[in-house]
Ligand binder design. Sequence first.
Ligand code: FAD
Length: 480
Amino acid sequence: MTEHSVVIVGAGPTGLVLAGELALAGVHVVVVERRASQQVDGTRAGGLHARTLEMLDQRGIVDRFLAAGRTMQITGFVGIPMDVGDFPTRHNYGLALGQGEIERLLAEWVDELSMPILREREVTRIAQDDSGVDVALSDGHALRAAYLVGCDGGRSIVRKLAGIDFVGSDATVGWIIGEVAMESAPQIGMRPEGGGVGPIGHGGAAGPYRVVLQEPLVDDPGEPTLQDLRDALVAAYGTDYGVHSPTWISRFTDATRQASSYRAGRVLLAGDAAHVHPPQGGQGLNIGVQDAMNLGWKLARVVDGASPDSLLDTYHRERHRVGAQVLHTIMAQVALSTPDDSHAALRSVVGELLRMDEPRRRIAGMLSGLDVHYDLGDGHPLIGRRMPDLDLQTADGPTRVYALLHDARPVLLNLVEAVMPAGPVRVVDAQHDGVWELPVLGEVAAPSAVLVRPDGYVAWAGDHTDARLAEALAAWFGGP
Ligand SMILES: Cc1cc2nc3c(=O)[nH]c(=O)nc-3n(C[C@H](O)[C@H](O)[C@H](O)COP(=O)(O)OP(=O)(O)OC[C@H]3O[C@@H](n4cnc5c(N)ncnc54)[C@H](O)[C@@H]3O)c2cc1C
């Protein structure tokens, strides 16, 4: 039996980011993946939101993604554009980039960090005891790990074997999705009830096209066919546009579920394994990546013995709330998509409201992930929020905050002359001359110092007399 500090089940976007985070912290990890290669069926996720781009920037790899995709305003609420162009971030846009490309670039990063992925193997059984988790693989081999993380998608076997409830609602609406060619130019654009037809990638009006349309929900629909897609096109547009040559046809529903706990002892869940929902708003991959960024540094500290095991409880506390909020917003979008006259009227009223500045900023902040606020106690408004990527002057020259986070270590930014005593974190003396502005909240008072966690969230901010700095240092970065 091979022993590891952490076994990650699943090399989808969530598992890959978690693997990268643990590799940066020098943790001994193995990833087990059923797929033979990183190839993804269909495009699935079509892009990255602003906060995910910021997080990739925090690790110094965002340029690879920006070079592969197209920056644009991708955030929307039931087809109403939610522009983040005026938000105070270097990435005040989304990135149109298919999931296949996103996974390819993440896998490349993980490979550079020399993280092994055991491919063409499935985890079939797990059993945990006080000191670790036994893992059985489909090829007959066994692994043992101090902790195991299920990043194994919506049908997660890890979640089932760990006995974690998946709480939520069953499907009430179904959609068929296909990637196809068409003989005649289709009507491109969102339908009022959500879905529609759009060109894939840089293909433009010449296609290929992605079709997403509602269809009647039946108990056991079986594998979707080209004829099913034709029927849905005819029902929506009165023509099937001569649809042909599908490269991918699939179905999804509005079933919305969340793991009751993201942790059961030494087993943790992240990404779709912890939450499933329909793709309205393009959130799934993004919140999976953000789960992984939240968990990675905490798990690394716990397996290294640098922090107590209870640090992992903050992962559930912080991310379960964010997941619940995302599910809530998606359920509202699905309800608003109901194709009848009264919902059309409701959509139009909500649309009018969301075109106003304040409501738009609020919902756009949520959908882009920029307004995440973990409840880390009272004090300066920065506490629990993402650290802005400020330009800094240091004794070594100019830099910016996210550059200080590339190695996924915590940083205490000392912004006034009085030097903080060195503690368990790196202290950087720096100056920032500009304003401090947060998305949605607006301008905030400049703090004298800020304690930034490796995931880019502020553990503490204030002045040097604030006794809560010592508490925050002990709580987040103190010993076991
Ligand atoms: C049609 C569609 C459109 C979408 N659009 C968007 C969008 O625009 N934006 C967005 O953010 N999200 C979108 N999503 C959601 C996004 O695809 C998922 O949220 C994302 O893939 C979740 O990543 P994950 O790594 O958590 O899980 P997955 O991508 O499901 O990865 C899980 C991995 O685990 C492996 N695995 C499973 N079981 C085992 C096992 N027992 N042993 C070993 N390996 C195992 C699987 O092979 C897989 O590689 C969309 C999804 C769909 C279906």
